[in-house]
Structure formats: structure tokens, C-alpha cells
Ligand binder design. Structure first.
Ligand SMILES: [Zn+2]
Length: 254
């Protein structure tokens, strides 16, 4: 059996002297692992197209319990990510999000599209890294069925008040008149609007909004907290991104 698909290479691992095992987020079959035979040969065409961060056309042979890469052709390598440690660290986190949230053996078109768009914008400086982090986190949660309920106040149905309150544990929103003790987290309306945009907008409009830097930090804190609660997973790549790149660290070093 053969499978033609496109995928983003999430991980590479050497197998012996010549081969490697790659983990790929594919359009058609979610995350899968595939062997690349002879990848280390000097003239291997498959080598470049199956390195981490590469988005590639893949032709896979499928056996009962494994995949083998027969052909690989690079579509995009995101080279510009390598120039900047903050961008590279965030892109590594995006790959880990793909690994953790992709359904095995199922369609993953939208998840793949979001990760690729975010990596493209990150590599090319189209949006600030923190903006892309927040958008990617909340949209990945949405695609996976874990979006918070942001439609209206959970109790009275009010669409918006100047400040709204958010229950991180349950992912529920309240207006300023209804906020229970379990929702102590006050959100400026700008952050609520941004979250609604990320959850409800069509993919083509996902990145079409702007937010002031201070609100962006708040948004990123919330999307990250929601994501970590749902994922039940320690993201080493996020810890690395935080350690080297978050604004407070930059202030301390200047
Ligand atoms: Zn209310």
C-alpha cells in the first residue's frame, strides 16, 4: 500500500549508521512515524526533505505496523527561523503542540494549516512572536474541541461588559454582574474580543487583528494556562521558550 500526503516533520531520530525515524504531522493521517532508509548517504535527496521543520510532499509505503518514506520533496523549510533564538524556540513549541494535539490516524488538515501559517508568519516577521503564540495555542485548543465557552456570560447571557471574568478551570466567561468566586480572573474587553476572534473566525481571517503589547501579554498568559490545563503534558519546548525569551527575562538582562 502507498500513501501520498503532505506533512510537517516534527522530530528526527537516528537509527543505526544510515537510517532515521521521523515523526510527521500529515494532512491525512495525523501524526505518524516513518523510516527513512539511507537518509545519511551523502547524496540522499530524502535527507533534506525529512529534516525537522520541513514541510514536504511524502510518498509512503505502508506495511502492517510501520511507514517507510519512499520519496520526499521539500515544499517549505522555514530557513529564516534559524536566525533568531526566540523564533526558533517558539517554532519548536509549535511542533510539540502538533505532536501532542494531533489525532493519530485521522484527518489533521486544519491543525497542520494553523501550525504552518504560524510558522510562516513567525519566520517572516509578519506578526509578533507573542501574538502568534497566543493565536496558535487557542486555535489548536479549538480545533481539538477544548475551546473555552466565550459566546456570552454563562449566567445571564450578556454579550459584553467593560470587564469580564474568566473561570480558567471550567473555561467559562461571566459578565461583571455575575462573576462567581470561581472566576476571579478579570479580563479587559479587548482580550475577550481577541479570544472570540481566535476561536470563531474562519481560518483565512485568523491572524487579522491587532492587540496592544500589555493586552497581548495577558492574552498569552490565558491561552497558555488554558492549554496547559487541557493538555496534561509538560511542554519542554515552552519551558525553553520562557527561559530564554519572555519579556521579563529580557528586562533582567538589559
Ligand atoms: Zn452575566
Amino acid at each position: 500500500m502507498h500513501l501520498q500526503t503532505r506533512g510537517l516533520i516534527l522530530k528526527e531520530q537516528s537509527i543505526g549508521e544510515r537510517d532515521k525515524l521521523i515523526t510527521v504531522l500529515t494532512e491525512d493521517r495525523g501524526v505518524l512515524r516513518a523510516f527513512v532508509r539511507g537518509a545519511k548517504a551523502v547524496k540522499s535527496k530524502k535527507q533534506a526533505a525529512t529534516t525537522k521543520f520541513c514541510y514536504a510532499h511524502l510518498r509512503l509505503a505502508t506495511t502492517r505496523d510501520s511507514y517507510i518514506v519512499e520519496e520526499a520533496q521539500c515544499i517549505e523549510q522555514f530557513f529564516a527561523l534559524r536566525d533568531n533564538i526566540e523564533k526558533l524556540a517558539l517554532a519548536e513549541y509549535f511542533l510539540e503542540l502538533g505532536f501532542v494535539f494531533a489525532p493519530p490516524e485521522e484527518d489533521a488538515h486544519e491543525l497542520l494549516r494553523v501550525l504552518l501559517n504560524s510558522m510562516y508568519m513567525l519566520a517572516n516577521g509578519k506578526r509578533p512572536p507573542l501574538f502568534l503564540k497566543a493565536v496558535t495555542e487557542l486555535r489548536v485548543l479549538t480545533i481539538s474541541g477544548y475551546a473555552p465557552n466565550l459566546v456570552a456570560c454563562e449566567r445571564c447571557g450578556t454579550f459584553e461588559t467593560p470587564t469580564m471574568y474568566f473561570d480558567m478551570e471550567q473555561g467559562l466567561l461571566y459578565c461583571e454582574n455575575c462573576a462567581p468566586a470561581t472566576a476571579p480572573f478579570a479580563l479587559p474587553l479587548g482580550v475577550v474580543s481577541a479570544m472570540r476572534h481566535i476561536v470563531f473566525s474562519p481560518l483565512r481571517a485568523l491572524y487579522n487583528f491587532a492587540l496592544d503589547a500589555d493586552l497581548l501579554e495577558e492574552l498569552s498568559y490565558i491561552t497558555e494556562t488554558c492549554l496547559l490545563r487541557q493538555a496534561q503534558h509538560t511542554f519542554k519546548t515552552l519551558e525553553f521558550y520562557r527561559a530564554v525569551c519572555m519579556p521579563q527575562n529580557k528586562e533582567n538582562t538589559t
